[in-house]
Design a protein around this ligand. Structure first.
Ligand SMILES: [Ca+2]
Length: 356
């Protein structure tokens, strides 16, 4: 009897070992045919925006596989410069989509109106901070630059380069306003920095080539390793957690948390692969939702104003920063915000045809 129990226990142990896997596995394919995706970000309604560097276009894509090109050659037509390799994408606080191409950084309103924010070679990544300000990482004259919510330059961060690197390219902000950026150089690994004051402080060096970065509400960092086919998780202070978090991916690049249809963040974690697929990690094991940084629509801001206490401290800071910057929220701040969002109609989606 003892022997039988021991055999059964061993069989049970080996079965559990056989099914043991990384928390982010298995993954589920949600969409494909997206070319060579680089950037991934959730839109205000729970769908996704993907930059496709091979197709030189930007996709709107849903988690049930519908997709539509929302931007491509029209930028060339409008501005005369070739639109090469859209890479970094992000939002400004007014829910305009920021699209970084090789030579220019563009702003696209929900009604598909394009403007050029600035012309600068080799800007790679953009991040929206909780105060509504914008951060850009660029590899030409390597720099991490800080802009106000309207796109006006504020300052440039400096850092002491480690490991002979030259090119900052990924950048993201936590809910607490901590800004992280990633550099690479002639040799792997990549280096992860945290902005402290006006300096970038080296946090850790990776053993993989980081190709995407997302941050959850606890400040944990999720990186894709495109050459390794993995996702890696680190604490806000750079301690390795659950690595690899997911494996077996096909050259994963962009990584982003999902949003619910009301715009709130959820704990579903998505990745785009070099083969053109949007996949969802095993979100049951993602412990925290995405960091709720981002835009409010004019409708949301107005509705929240009518519900005392509904605005979060972060939203109040955003509105004050857009408004008169006097350190507190007042109605004039909301007015300034609404003036900036006049092009936004409630429920508007990208493209003249709306949601396919
Ligand atoms: Ca104010």
């Amino acid at each position: 009897m003892f022997r039988l129990c021991a055999i059964l226990a061993l069989a049970s142990l080996s079965a559990s070992l056989a099914i043991a896997q990384n928390p982010g596995n298995p993954v589920t394919v949600r969409a494909d045919g997206l070319g060579s995706p680089i950037g991934l970000i959730a839109d205000p309604f729970g769908d996704f925006i993907v930059s496709d560097t091979a197709g030189k276009q930007v996709w709107w894509v849903t988690t049930d596989g519908r997709k539509q090109v929302i931007a491509r050659d029209q930028i060339t037509v409008n501005h005369g410069l070739p639109w090469v390799s859209p890479s970094g994408i992000g939002w400004d606080v007014f829910a305009n989509l920021i699209i970084i191409t090789q030579r220019q950084t563009h702003k696209m309103t929900p009604k598909s109106t394009f403007t050029v924010m600035f012309t600068m070679d080799d800007v790679k990544g953009v991040a929206l901070a909780p105060d509504g300000s914008l951060w850009f990482a660029g590899s030409d004259h390597p720099a991490v630059r800080h802009y106000d919510p309207f796109g006006t330059y504020i300052e440039t961060m400096s850092w002491t380069a480690a490991n002979n690197e030259s090119t900052p390219y990924l950048i993201a902000s936590s809910q607490a306003g901590d800004v992280y950026f990633v550099t690479s150089g002639p040799t792997a690994p990549t280096n992860v920095y945290k902005v402290t004051g006006k300096q970038g402080q080296l946090l850790f060096q990776t053993s993989f080539h980081a190709a995407g970065l997302a941050i959850d509400a606890d400040g944990n960092l999720y990186f894709t390793g495109d050459q390794e086919g993995n996702v890696y998780k680190y604490s806000p202070s750079g301690a390795a957690l659950e690595n690899p978090f997911a494996s077996g991916l096909d050259h994963p690049t962009g990584i982003a948390f999902g949003r619910n249809s009301d715009g709130s963040m959820n704990s579903r974690l998505f990745v785009v692969e070099g083969s053109g697929r949007l996949v969802e990690l095993n979100s049951g094991d993602v412990s925290q939702r995405g960091a709720p940084i981002g835009f409010a629509t004019a409708t949301q801001a107005t509705a929240d104003l009518l519900k005392p206490g509904a605005l979060t401290d972060a939203q109040r800071r955003v509105l004050d920063n857009v408004g008169n910057k006097n350190g507190r929220y007042d109605v004039g701040d909301l007015r300034a915000f609404l003036i900036q969002t006049t092009t936004l109609s409630p429920g508007a989606r990208f493209g003249a045809g709306g949601k396919p």
